[in-house]
Ligand binder design. Structure first.
Ligand code: OAD
Length: 252
């Protein structure tokens, strides 16, 4: 794979690289994206319509079951060479921040140390009413809705993820904005760039002079604003990029 010499130089000279990732980052680990076609059991549902508070109110068991299915996929998933390449950046660049829309924890599992989770984490279960974090051993049995309940207040349990129409966690949002404002290079990986406010973050970095690099097999809403377009899957492009910039294996 060929990379622009100016891109490689920008990476080598960076004091702060931000990796902004979306569902495509985890695709090669076996976690389906939101806007590519679903297969199997859930093919008939649009995931973006399951990820809403209204869906949970109207069909709590369906939403719970969909997330339970994703939790199982994620529990079996392992980080791939692209996640490891992102973690390996920390050996070459003074500061690296991963700002992710993913809720699967795979960046942390690959060894990235500074990960900002904009949309929460699927593995954490909270009470929809009192917001207590409830470990699986403490779940109270499901009532007629078919969803386990909170042992403290009896509310329905739900994954600690951000649904459409819900605010982003304030700390994560602040940390993401700060990271973008000091980034020299932002690698935009595996996101369709259509879900706001997250999708606006790369523009914030661009306004401050950062170089934006898209890693994605297909064109996205962010393609027109990036400086470099690297067409291909994250698991191939990212290790090749790290190798081209700094040599070695590229994936840690
Ligand atoms: P999308 O499903 O919208 O987009 C996935 C992107 O990944 C697409 O642009 C694909 O082309 C790309 N892609 C697929 N395979 C890839 C690979 N192997 N390597 C690199 N890229 C690949 O996912 P997001 O942009 O993350 O929010 O969606 C944003 C948010 O919408 C999600 O966080 C979720 C969703 O609804 C909430 O649940 C709040």
């Amino acid at each position: 794979m060929n990379f622009a010499p100016a891109l490689l130089q920008a990476l080598r000279q960076s004091a702060h690289v931000v990796v902004f990732s979306g569902a495509g980052m985890s695709a090669e680990s076996g976690v389906p994206t939101f806007r590519d076609a679903q297969t199997g059991l859930w093919a008939q549902y649009d995931p973006t319509e399951l990820a809403t508070p209204e869906a949970f109110r109207r069909h709590p068991k369906r939403v719970w079951d969909w997330y339970a299915w994703r939790r199982e996929l994620v529990a079996r998933a392992r980080p791939h060479a692209g996640h490891r390449a992102v973690a390996a950046l920390e050996r070459h660049v003074p500061q690296v921040t991963v700002v992710t829309q993913n809720v699967d924890g795979l960046h942390q599992e690959a060894g990235s140390r500074r990960v900002v989770e904009l949309h929460g984490n699927l593995r954490r279960i909270v009470c929809a009413r009192c917001r207590a974090v409830v470990p699986q051993t403490a779940w109270a049995p499901a009532g007629p809705e078919g969803v386990p309940r909170c042992p403290h207040c009896g509310g329905l349990l739900r994954p600690d993820v951000v649904w459409f129409g819900e605010p982003l966690p304030a700390d994560a949002w602040r940390a993401a904005q700060q990271a973008m404002q000091t980034a020299d290079v932002v690698l935009v990986v595996g996101t369709s760039g259509v879900v706001y406010p997250a999708a606006g973050l790369p523009l914030l970095a661009r306004e401050r002079g950062a170089r934006l690099v898209e890693v994605n097999p297909t064109e996205t809403a962010l393609t027109p604003v990036v400086d470099d377009v690297l067409r291909g899957p994250a698991g191939e492009v990212l290790p090749a990029l790290v190798r081209a910039a700094w040599g070695g294996e590229g994936n840690g």
